[in-house]
Design a protein around this ligand. Sequence first.
Ligand SMILES: NC(=O)C1=CN([C@@H]2O[C@H](COP(=O)(O)OP(=O)(O)OC[C@H]3O[C@@H](n4cnc5c(N)ncnc54)[C@H](OP(=O)(O)O)[C@@H]3O)[C@@H](O)[C@H]2O)[C@@H](O)CC1
Ligand SMILES: [K+]
Length: 530
Amino acid sequence: MTELMTAAQMRATEEAAIAAGRTTGLALMERAGRAVVAAVFQRWPALSEGAHAALVLCGPGNNGGDGFVIARRLRDLGWAVTVQIFGDAARLPPDARRMHDLWAASGPVAPLGPCEGGVDLVVDALFGTGLTRPLPQAVAEAVARPSRGGDQVQRVAVDAPSGLNLDTGAIPGGQGVFLADLTVTFHTAKPGHYLGAGPAVCGQLVCADIGLGGSGGNLAGSPPAAGSLRLAEPVTADTGPGLRVFPGAAIAKLAATGHKYDFGHAVVLAGGVGRGGAGRLAARAALRAGAGLVTMLCPPAALQENAARMDAVMLRACRDAEAFEALVDDRVTALCLGPGLGVGERTRSLVAAVCARRAGARAGRDPAVVLDADALTSFAPAPDALFALLHPRCILTPHEGEFGRLFPDLALSARAGMSKVEAVRHAAARAGCVVLLKGADTVIARPDGAASLHAAVYDRAVPWLATAGAGDVLAGLIAGLAAPASAPELICVAEAAAWLHVEAARAFGPGLIAEDLPDMLPEVFRRVAG
Ligand SMILES: NC(=O)C1=CN([C@@H]2O[C@H](COP(=O)(O)OP(=O)(O)OC[C@H]3O[C@@H](n4cnc5c(N)ncnc54)[C@H](OP(=O)(O)O)[C@@H]3O)[C@@H](O)[C@H]2O)[C@@H](O)CC1
Ligand SMILES: [K+]
């Protein structure tokens, strides 16, 4: 399932299922605890054979309840289990109290403290979705305490490593968090499993079905609902092999045949002499992504330099915004500007001219406009002047630095407790267009709050993608995918571009430079269509 639920949404889903009589809190808790044990055995098969020793740390809420289920299950399998609790068992919520009592009928419960004897497994069932503030000192000490058993001790977190905020991926207080090798969450993943510090402290993420029923909807690539949040991850059709629904459906050339104009005409505006590399990267990516034609516009003095470096990309001289008007006709379906364009008035006037190109009521949809890099920074002194130019077929693709220049109150340093998802949602609403904030946790949002998280973390981590020019390639990819008449809506295009960008980097591997990315796309496409 690609939907991501906040703690409040998860609570509401659980309550609705219980209120409708479809399940009970106790049944959910039992399944949650058993799912953790099953995931532990799958990750470490040696632990599923013979008897071992575990330390189970239980908290004051239902996360603790899951811990008591785990303790009971392991003991039933012959393990030696030590259970410690933070807080007063008498004040546990009812379901957790029942699970505590079931365990306590035949096993002791001690307060948090050093564990006598060596263990093979430490279970963190201290806090899950209910963590609202920094860990208390006693808990911070408990999660940091090394367990006897050395390197052989495996550490599993129930729902979340305690100390991690599952809505934001932040560690409130900045310190004190359980470092897990494996985190088992329930029903859907939560934003914090993918945002910020989440992936590093979760270790590996497994999402277990606990019988709450699937929503089945909000899959990557389909039009998202206002206010929803999902993961941009592959979606395969249920019926047989063939195209992947996502990202396959977003790549026009994989799904249809047609004339080159059916796949659109993308225009990339590039910088002056010696600054054209960024624009060339974007143009090559747009062409590889499937635009039928790509034209690069550059200042007259840079024509020769660019002509020496490009063949399939067409090239025209464009001195300023006035020249732009004369050069671009109605068949241009996507425009990309910013990479290498330079910061200043010329860029501002080009952005104004590009955003003013509208299809009109009868001509179908407006051209897609990708604004990146210098096209964003040029408006740092007056972001509102940019927002006044934008329309819903525009997309801003900042990195954190550029984002902070346009939205200083939403900048990373100013976010204080607000998640990256919320920050980008606010930015999109203010800008009146799609905003994609880059990172290992790329967040894309539409003005109505529909959002998508593309995570290059866990087994998709590509640290070698942090290389000069990679962002220019992403901007070009979006323009190229958005250009065809059959392209899906812009937020879906952006999801697909983010995914392809990372897949291209993964296919190449370490040593990658930005030039390699567009040229890896054919290999990625073959796999998508296979
Ligand atoms: N939803 C579902 O479908 C299912 C949920 N399940 C499980 O339930 C978990 C959620 O349970 P939960 O809501 O009881 O929250 P949990 O994380 O146990 O903590 C709440 C307690 O901690 C306290 N507290 C918080 N922060 C604190 C701090 N810094 N320092 C000290 N105390 C602090 C807080 O106190 P309060 O803030 O109210 O003062 C409250 O007492 C979920 O993660 C999953 O494991 C499964 O069983 C199956 C189905
Ligand atoms: K936990």
